[in-house]
Design a protein around this ligand. Structure first.
Ligand code: CP3
Length: 341
């Protein structure tokens, strides 16, 4: 049994004394302890070495003390396992030297055997579970098929992902074939993550908001929903779609246990759009952690009042920024712990 089960209770829709809190990208560059390891080992070495991944995962648990851990890894280990090269370049971010641009490229993409290609992630999960000693639950994650597709086709980060969108609109058949291959790989991968010990799964649709509501229903949501359907019998699934408030209604009808929202959607709107029953997660503006701690505390209490303390998981509206002072991240988490209704 997990000692602090607030996060799991909120996913179950149970009444809680206060909502649970964690931060997207909580294992990251705002922590000096993380930067020390980053200076020694390159990005994918950190992902592939279970001892390093486990250590980075528990760092925020010791330092800022959220109610859940999220495994240190990256969404881009999936395209790597599918035979698409991915590098992480200093000050650039993800770099894919051979992006997918044709139907033939899509045919060459493999749906891999998970243990052969991603066994190191399962080893990292097992080791992390030992280190966590049942203190808090462990979240596993994957990118949405659309978000992985964006990197696989664009070849790098982008403000608009128009090459990826252009591929969908000019070669829809090939695009759907690639999205399905990514979906099949992701389902097999996440089922293994649950078997290895993850207590819940989050799907990051970081670039879903690049699509129009109509295109979202063709190129992103059906693939996310396949994952939700496959995983729901085994674990709780959180779907976070950045900029995807327009899809909350559809998402609210699915088997997802919680929906993430970013800071551009008000709590009231998010409750209304999602149908009022599903647990919501979010949505503090990550830049707001630059406010003084007293302001952070006040705004967090206000945010909880607006979402309501039940069926709610406090989080940021996107990942924590690298230049946030650790004290401010602590103030965010402590504000939730000091909340009483
Ligand atoms: O939340 C956590 O702390 C767990 C670890 C985690 C990382 N990436 C580690 C990471 C998670 C959940 C991710 C998910 C991820 N990766 C997403 C979805 C979430 C989001 O932010 O939208 C995306 C789009 C990626 C792809 C990716 N990885 C980018 C665009 C970058 C470079 C930009 C950046 O933020 O630095 C990465 C690198 C990356 N992944 C870092 C970390 C801690 C920083 C680089 C480093 O460690 O040297």
């Amino acid at each position: 049994m997990i000692k602090n089960d607030l996060f799991l209770k909120a996913l179950n829709g149970e009444t809680v004394e206060r909502p649970p809190v964690w931060m997207m990208r909580q294992a990251g560059r705002y922590l000096p302890e993380f930067r020390a390891l980053r200076d020694k080992y390159d990005f994918f070495t950190r992902c592939r070495t279970p001892e390093l991944a486990a250590e980075i995962t528990v760092q925020p648990i010791r330092i800022v003390k959220p109610d859940a851990a999220i495994l240190f890894s990256d969404i881009l280990v999936i395209p790597q396992a599918m035979g698409i090269d991915v590098e992480m370049k200093e000050n650039v971010g993800p770099w894919l030297p051979n992006p997918i641009r044709s139907a033939e490229d899509v045919n060459n993409v493999i749906v891999p055997e998970i243990h052969e290609t991603l066994g190191y992630v399962m080893d990292a999960i097992k080791l992390t579970k030992e280190e966590l000693n049942n203190e808090v639950p462990l979240i596993g994650f994957a990118g949405s098929p659309w978000t992985i597709f964006c990197y696989a086709v664009e070849g790098k980060g982008s403000k608009s992902f128009d090459t990826a969108k252009g591929f969908c609109f000019s070669q829809p058949e090939a695009a759907h074939k690639l999205l399905q291959k990514i979906t099949d790989t992701t389902i097999a991968y996440l089922l293994e993550k649950v078997k290895a010990g993850c207590n819940a799964i989050q799907i990051f649709d970081s670039w879903g908001g690049m699509l129009s509501p109509v295109d979202y229903q063709e190129f992103s949501w059906p693939y996310i929903n396949q994952i939700v359907e496959a995983l729901a019998p085994h674990t709780k699934v959180i779907v976070f779609g950045k900029g995807c408030w327009f899809a909350l209604h559809e998402m609210g009808k699915s088997k997802a246990s919680a929906l993430g929202v970013d800071w551009t959607c008000s709590p009231r709107n998010a409750r209304y759009l999602s149908g009022g029953q599903v647990t919501l997660q979010g949505n503090f503006d990550p830049s707001r952690l630059l406010s003084p701690p007293a302001t952070i505390r006040k705004m967090v209490h206000q945010m909880i009042d607006e979402f309501g303390k039940d069926r709610y998981i406090v989080n940021l509206g996107h990942g924590i920024l690298p230049h946030i002072p650790v004290d401010h991240a602590k103030a965010f988490i402590d504000a939730v712990k000091s909340y009483n209704s």
